[in-house]
Write a protein that binds this ligand. Structure first.
Ligand code: AMP
Ligand code: GLY
Length: 451
């Protein structure tokens, strides 16, 4: 039976691995590098996400038939192209994700904005430039607030909403002159500020057909009421009740299909997960950004609701000779709702301490709801301490093993239930049983629906 490799160490990767593990096709799951939670469903291998050569050796050695890439960085750096250059897919070692040419849809905001303009995909008005004087003179024509974005990857730090010209000039100086984001800020996008509800739409594509997941909503700000600095995502839920069938049809027809077709026409066939960050504005649905991978934390609730075999889905996107045709598979979801509350280290998204002991996890893992997959504690920034981690085999943790924190986002406490309200309550019930020194989480995930 096939082995699978998941590249990454976040909650999204734990969730993808958890779902892949349920596939009758999958024998064993490897994670590179994985986290303290993935160790209980597979084997963690200490290889970095950009160590393509080591990854390719692992794939051959462990006879891995499908690699699933979590984060954007290796995709934008060309991991899929690397697999092809090493003849891995040709030898039965497939990889799910777009090539470098297609991953540019996330890797360069300047590209993705001009792509949307060319292909008439609705988005905020913008200019892109590498020139300081051009950027500053454009400000004369702007109404505030405006949004200034570094074009390249910036791990969530590349977007600034500027309330006035002074702030805008400082931001332009930061990116273009002071190079606070390095090369990622060599080119900037200045765009119109959009108002409305923000939603996340994830879709799978084999380069031709598009299949859409249930709509999800992330909560990017650190504090309740959407206040404070942006984070990687403090919680999410799906489906989003105010997104109607008509809106989903519009998103499919006006945004997703033209994007996949446009990429194909431009010689950038997109196979993988296309993530559209959308704003539901008064003047229609507009794209805020495209990502070339699954969302984090949107993937966590979506994996609890997805009823298909994830291995079949991902394999059929990437392997044209797979036993099932992607175009013939219908995505199926539970009629329930799911919610993920992210628990973070105190101080995140700024400086935070690591190595804090997490208590309460063992008691939860034995509950009936956990066993049934109705509650899942997805790990992100965690490690297993005080045990011979390297000797731990799948599902066998020594009595002495302790889970400690190792990152900003620590756990994604995820529950599903027959209503969104109930899913949210269940997630918070679980969250209240877990603790670590300095922990923090938002108390209002789902507030835009519950209000
Ligand atoms: P991005 O990385 O482009 O998705 O931007 C990060 C966050 O900034 C988004 O999730 C939005 O909350 C906000 N944002 C980005 N672009 C705009 C815009 N044009 N208008 C309003 N908010 C925006
Ligand atoms: N949840 C936002 C992202 O994955 O980029």
């Amino acid at each position: 039976m096939p082995n699978v490799l998941v590249i990454g160490s976040g909650g999204r990767e734990h969730a993808l691995g958890w779902k892949l593990k349920q596939s009758p096709h999958v024998e064993k799951i490897f994670f590179a590098p994985g986290n303290g939670g993935t160790i209980s469903i597979g084997e963690n291998i200490s290889i970095g996400i950009n160590e393509f050569h080591k990854i390719s050796e692992l794939v051959r050695e462990k006879n891995i038939s499908l690699t699933v890439v979590g984060s954007e960085e290796p995709l934008v750096n060309g991991i899929v192209d690397y697999y092809y250059s090493q003849h891995l897919p040709q030898q039965g070692h497939f990889i799910f994700g777009p090539t470098k040419l297609a991953a540019v849809i996330e890797g360069s905001k300047a590209f993705s904005k001009s792509f949307m303009l060319r292909n008439k995909i609705p988005t905020a008005e913008f200019i892109s430039t590498r020139n300081f004087n051009e950027a500053v003179s454009h400000l004369q024509k702007c109404n505030y607030p405006i949004v200034i974005k570094a074009s390249g990857l910036a791990a969530g730090k590349g977007v600034t909403i500027c309330e006035n010209e002074k702030e805008a000039i400082t931001t332009i100086e930061d990116f273009l002159v002071r190079k606070t984001l390095g090369d990622s800020g060599n080119e900037i996008v200045i765009e119109e500020f959009l108002e409305g509800e923000e939603i996340s739409i994830l879709a799978l594509s084999d380069g031709e057909t598009v299949k859409t997941f249930l709509p999800a909503q992330d909560h990017k700000k650190i504090y309740d009421g959407d206040k404070g600095p942006n984070t990687g995502g403090m919680g999410s839920y799906a489906p989003v009740p105010f997104v109607t069938k008509e809106m989903l049809d519009e998103i499919h027809n006006v945004i997703l299909v033209p994007t996949i077709q446009g990429m194909k026409n431009e010689g950038r066939e997109f196979r993988g997960c296309l993530f559209a960050g959308l704003m539901l504005t008064k003047s229609g649905i507009k794209v805020l950004e495209f990502n070339c991978r699954f969302g984090d934390p949107e993937t966590q609730p979506l994996m609890l609701l997805l009823e298909n075999d994830l291995y079949d889905l991902l394999m059929s996107c990437t392997n044209v000779n797979y036993e099932k045709q992607f175009s013939e598979i219908d995505l199926r979801f539970s009629h329930q709702s799911a919610c993920c509350v992210v628990m973070v280290s105190g101080g995140y998204p700024g400086k935070y301490e690591k190595g804090k002991l997490i208590s309460g996890l063992d008691d939860l893992s034995t509950s009936l709801r956990c066993a049934q997959g109705d509650d899942v504690i997805f790990h992100a920034g965690t490690v297993i301490q005080n045990s011979q981690t390297s000797n731990l085999s799948e599902g066998v943790l020594s009595d002495k093993s302790q889970t400690t924190t190792s990152g900003g986002r620590v756990l994604g406490v995820t529950s599903k239930a027959s209503s969104l309200q109930e899913a949210i309550s269940k997630s918070y019930e679980l969250t209240s049983q877990i603790s670590f020194d300095g922990m923090f989480y938002r108390k209002d995930i789902g507030h835009r629906v519950l209000k």
